[in-house]
Design a protein around this ligand. Structure first.
Ligand code: NAD
Length: 488
């Protein structure tokens, strides 16, 4: 099925500041999803490779934790400059291996850079607290320290942003890091490593081991790995959380989603339809914050659907590197087949297919394209309502009012994001107080928090305690000592 050419390179792992071949000789092909071409081979490394990387990272940690925090931050300032200089190149690489359009890819680079900027605040963020008088002549203070070697495991859908949720703060706070990027989008990770080296990061502080399950299990089981930061699908997040915590590691596991938007009858319909279109079909629906269900008040449902469909029909589908393309491919042929399976399932379940993305054409013959698909009259018994499809498929549920919209939304086992479209303050308050979700939006489609706030899923969208980013991120990558002193 592949048009693999002899020039295709096999990527290397990055360990101890060197590009090294994996000890395992197993590889997997990496595709450009817009063309179906093989663009690289990624090594499927073994537990032996993980062991090597973790041992190197552990040695590097012993020196790195002693480097003064402002000096560590200064390397990240330099890194930020390099990322800005290489912005376009990084974005093109994201589009090449992930498929999202170039504008979205540039936005993703920006999100990554923002995380680096936040991490440069480590000297302030790592500060402890003091109380000079807890009893007569007695004082207490708390100090913050790094925890050791961190394992980072990332998904395919944000090859830059998600790794940047992890390693900049982890290393700024004095830890060393071993990353396993998605085997479907491994190219950008290597570029991030090259730029870190250029920024002056000491060898061994940041490492990459490419691969799949064996690398993940190697990190989860390794005695010298102190904590695991994972982002990916729900079943794998649950597995990683259970196995990691069973091995007594600190684990945060951000998982899958099925995000709901609620459209009330007083909403600005033009804004609601545009925002929901972007949230449902942007990045080909492959966002953990994608809008996948809209609960719309019956009295405005026809008007909302008409506007949404009209705007959706104008979308340009194709290779994300081409001008004006909005919708790129999904990540792999199997994912396209799976999505088509869900569209067939929706029809069998009795939902009304009002826009069929299977019929859309693109100029790219061999890419993995599915056009924007909209179902009306969806109910909570249907698989298309229940499952994360992770593709440009949107389900519309007609509801009587806000009470019913909240009830429907809260039936989902996922609870990442939820949005409301309304101009009524009371409805916004009711939504905020009653909805089960960690990230809320009002009259916006993708309420993804910026780097200085936590990325905060609930229920089956998150396993752990401390979320990624914000103060939670600082807390996750540090541990504390409390000292009580009597000066005599
Ligand atoms: P995935 O779960 O298939 O893969 C994530 C990582 O886990 C990859 O590095 C992969 O190699 C590894 N992995 C996969 N299966 C494994 C297994 N059985 N054992 C051990 N390791 C395994 O996820 P994906 O398809 O790459 O990414 C999409 C998913 O990530 C979606 O569900 C999306 O919602 C979720 N996601 C969530 C967030 C969030 O913040 N909650 C952010 C981005 C993506």
């Amino acid at each position: 099925m592949s048009n693999v050419t002899s020039e295709v390179k096999t990527l290397k792992n990055y360990i101890g500041g060197e590009w090294v071949e994996a000890k395992s000789d197993q590889t997997e092909e990496v595709y450009n999803p817009a063309t179906g071409e093989v663009i690289a081979r990624v090594p499927i490394s073994s537990k032996e490779d993980v062991d090597y990387a973790v041992n190197v990272a552990k040695v590097a940690f012993e020196d790195w934790k002693e480097v003064p925090v402002p000096k560590r931050a200064r390397i990240l300032f330099k890194y930020q400059q390099l990322l800005v200089e290489h912005w376009d190149e990084l974005a093109e690489l994201i589009t090449l291996e992930n498929g999202k359009n170039l504008k979205e890819a540039k936005g993703e680079v920006q999100r990554g850079i923002e995380n680096v900027e936040f991490a440069t605040g480590a000297p302030t963020l790592m500060m402890g607290d003091q109380l000079p008088s807890i009893a007569k002549g007695l004082e207490s203070g708390v100090q913050r320290y790094p925890i050791g070697v961190i394992g980072g495991i990332t998904p395919f859908n944000f090859p830059m942003m998600v790794p940047c949720w992890m390693f900049p703060m982890a290393i700024a706070t004095g830890n060393s890091f071993v990353m396993k990027p998605s085997e479907r989008t491994p190219l950008l990770a290597n570029r991030l490593a090259e730029l870190l080296e250029e920024a002056g990061l000491p060898k061994g502080v940041f490492n990459i081991v490419h691969g799949a399950h064996d690398v993940v299990n190697g990190l989860l089981d390794h005695k010298k790995v102190a904590a695991i930061s994972f982002v990916g699908s729900q079943p794998v997040a649950e597995y990683v959380y259970k196995r990691g915590t069973e091995n007594l590691k600190r684990v945060q596991a951000l998982a899958g989603a099925k995000n709901h938007s609620i459209v009330l009858n007083d909403a600005n319909m033009d804004n609601a339809s545009t925002q929901i279109l972007n949230a449902a079909f942007g990045s080909a629906g492959e966002r953990c914050m994608a809008a996948s269900v809209v609960a719309v008040e019956e009295s405005v449902a026809d008007e909302f659907i008409e506007q949404l469909k009209k705007k959706t029909d104008e979308i340009k589908i194709g290779n994300g590197l081409e001008d004006d393309v909005f919708l790129g491919p999904v990540i792999r042929e199997q994912h396209k087949e799976r999505t088509i399976g869900y569209i067939e399932k929706g029809e069998q379940e009795g939902a009304k297919l009002i826009r069929d993305g299977r019929q859309d054409n693109t100029s790219q013959e061999n890419g993995y394209f599915v056009g924007p698909t909209i179902f009306d009259n969806v109910t909570t018994e249907m698989k298309i309502w229940q499952d994360e499809i992770f593709a440009p498929v949107l389900s519309i549920v007609r509801v009587k009012n806000l009470d019913e919209a909240v009830e429907v939304t809260n039936e989902s086992p996922f609870a990442n994001g939820a949005c409301i479209f309304t101009r009524d303050g009371g409805s916004v308050r009711q939504f905020r107080e009653t909805i089960d979700a960690g990230m809320l939006g009002v009259n916006i489609g993708v309420p993804a928090p910026m780097a200085f706030f936590p990325f905060s899923g609930w229920k089956n969208s998150f396993y752990g305690d401390l979320h990624a980013n914000g103060k939670d991120g600082v807390e996750f990558f540090t541990r504390k000592k409390v000292m009580t002193t009597r000066w005599v």
